[in-house]
Design a protein around this ligand. Structure first.
Ligand code: NIG
Ligand code: FE
Length: 436
């Protein structure tokens, strides 16, 4: 096949072009196939990948159109653009003082019971203008992008009223329109029961199921619906009521489960046919089997455990052995994990769960895409898929995670356009957000 390929962007001569794709179940190597092209190039046209393969063949076959651009990637590693499949992006205020309280012995749960925790961010978020929420999202998306993240899930959940949840979802939609990072919006109105419903929790569950879910779906402001299932949040039965309404409204399902205590949350996620089950520190062996049977993706967030001073980590290797696809995320939020650095979260995942580095790279790419139902178009380097690429200044892929806590990402391509060059966001791509 010597057909000429037209391209408007070529990344040339990378030390490694690395991609992962789904394969039959089992631990890594079986669950996900890894392909590395040494001295490889990737070309895009009109936002999509048109070539991935050896640099020499690329030079022969790929023809750059008029004002097309070639980026020399010698000595660097090209990966699919990273995907962060669990964040709480729109929020106001911060909870640095809670971080210090925990270091002096308070627990996340005790701080929450005393009126801090999620409810304190709810107060700050309700009091903030929608424009401030949009600005906050955009700042965080800038940081994500420079770490190589080209797509992120973003949850509401700090509004907890019809008006405030919709405002958070609108802030997500506006930020998405004005930034190269694509956001996948999730309604998390069932994050905790708001203070004004403390004695009428059933009424709140009905409000979420009968008003917020239909409104979010009708206005196309959410693609997924999430519920925090935990003693201090919602029961499995309450989650069922909300998520069944979400399914009827056409939303995909994800759940925060088995994070702080064992609650048979994985079993619930599997029973409901959820796309993802997130956290899973206390997942049971039956829960793992149920997730595998249901094809639900486990989204693990071990940076949260470290940030909260917990020492129970999600059993990543057991989940993979059971045949569950494992994705990794930051959980970026002001209370339980204040970072936008997805590669750092992946390095920490390797250290505390013994995931292999290739499993972690797959967890931030193809498995993350799968956890957002985006695997047909994103998460791997294949002709026809989105031209989303992240280029790291390391000679070999392991070093992205091995040399941890610093940013190796130099170049980011979103939909076939260079949006980060020499580690810096190119600003001409981002017009100011329009007023609400
Ligand atoms: O994913 N688990 C519940 N929700 C968030 C924390 C949100 C917060 O503390 O503000 C989480 O960890
Ligand atoms: Fe979360």
């Amino acid at each position: 096949m010597n057909r000429t390929i037209q391209a408007d962007l070529v990344l040339t001569g990378a030390a490694e072009v690395v991609t992962f794709r789904e394969a039959p179940r089992g631990r890594m190597g079986e669950a996900v196939e890894q392909t590395t092209v040494r001295n490889g190039s990737v070309a895009c046209r009109r936002g999509r990948i048109v070539y991935i393969g050896p640099a020499a063949e690329c030079e022969r076959r790929v023809h750059l159109t008029g004002n097309g651009e070639a980026v020399d990637c010698a000595g660097q590693v090209i990966l699919p653009g990273l995907i962060d499949p669990h964040t709480h992006l729109p929020f106001a205020g911060d909870r640095a003082h809670e971080f210090r309280l925990r270091l002096r012995g308070s627990s996340y749960e005790a701080i929450g019971r005393a009126g801090g925790g999620i409810l304190s961010t709810v107060r700050d978020t309700r009091a903030a203008d929608e424009d401030v929420l949009v600005e906050g999202c955009l700042e965080r998306m800038d940081r994500m992008l420079t770490f190589g993240v080209t797509t992120a899930e973003a949850k509401s959940g700090y509004g907890l009223s019809l008006r405030d949840e919709m405002r958070q979802l609108r802030a997500i939609a506006r930020a998405d329109r004005h930034h190269p990072v694509d956001l996948v919006p999730t309604l998390l109105a069932a994050h905790v029961v708001p203070a004004e419903y403390a004695d009428r929790r059933q009424e709140y569950v009905e409000l979420v199921a009968k008003q917020m879910v239909p409104a979010a779906a009708r206005e196309q402001l959410a693609r997924f619906c999430d519920v925090f299932v935990e003693e201090a949040a919602f029961t499995p039965n309450e989650a069922r009521t909300i998520l069944e309404a979400a399914r009827r409204a056409g939303l995909g399902l994800r759940l925060h489960v088995d994070q702080l205590s064992a609650g048979r949350g994985a079993e619930l996620a599997a029973e409901l046919g959820a796309t993802s089950a997130d956290h899973l520190e206390h997942v049971s062996p039956e829960g793992m089997k149920a997730l595998a049977r249901a094809g639900t993706v486990a989204v693990l967030l071990p940076a949260v455990d470290l940030f909260l001073g917990k020492r129970t980590f999600p059993p990543a290797v057991d989940l993979m052995r059971a045949g569950v696809p494992v994705a990794l995320a930051t959980d970026c939020n002001p209370g339980s994990c204040m970072t936008e650095n997805l590669p750092l979260a992946a390095s920490l995942a390797c250290m505390v769960t013994s995931m292999d580095t290739d499993e972690a790279l797959a967890g931030m790419t193809i498995q993350a895409a799968r956890s957002l139902s985006l695997e047909a178009t994103h998460g791997s380097l294949e002709p026809g898929k989105a031209g989303d690429l992240a280029v790291f200044a390391v000679a070999e892929r392991t070093r992205i995670l091995y040399h941890f806590g610093i940013n190796h990402c130099r170049t980011v391509v979103k939909a076939g356009k260079v949006v980060v060059r020499d580690g810096r966001r190119l600003l001409e791509e981002s017009p100011e957000p329009e007023p609400a």
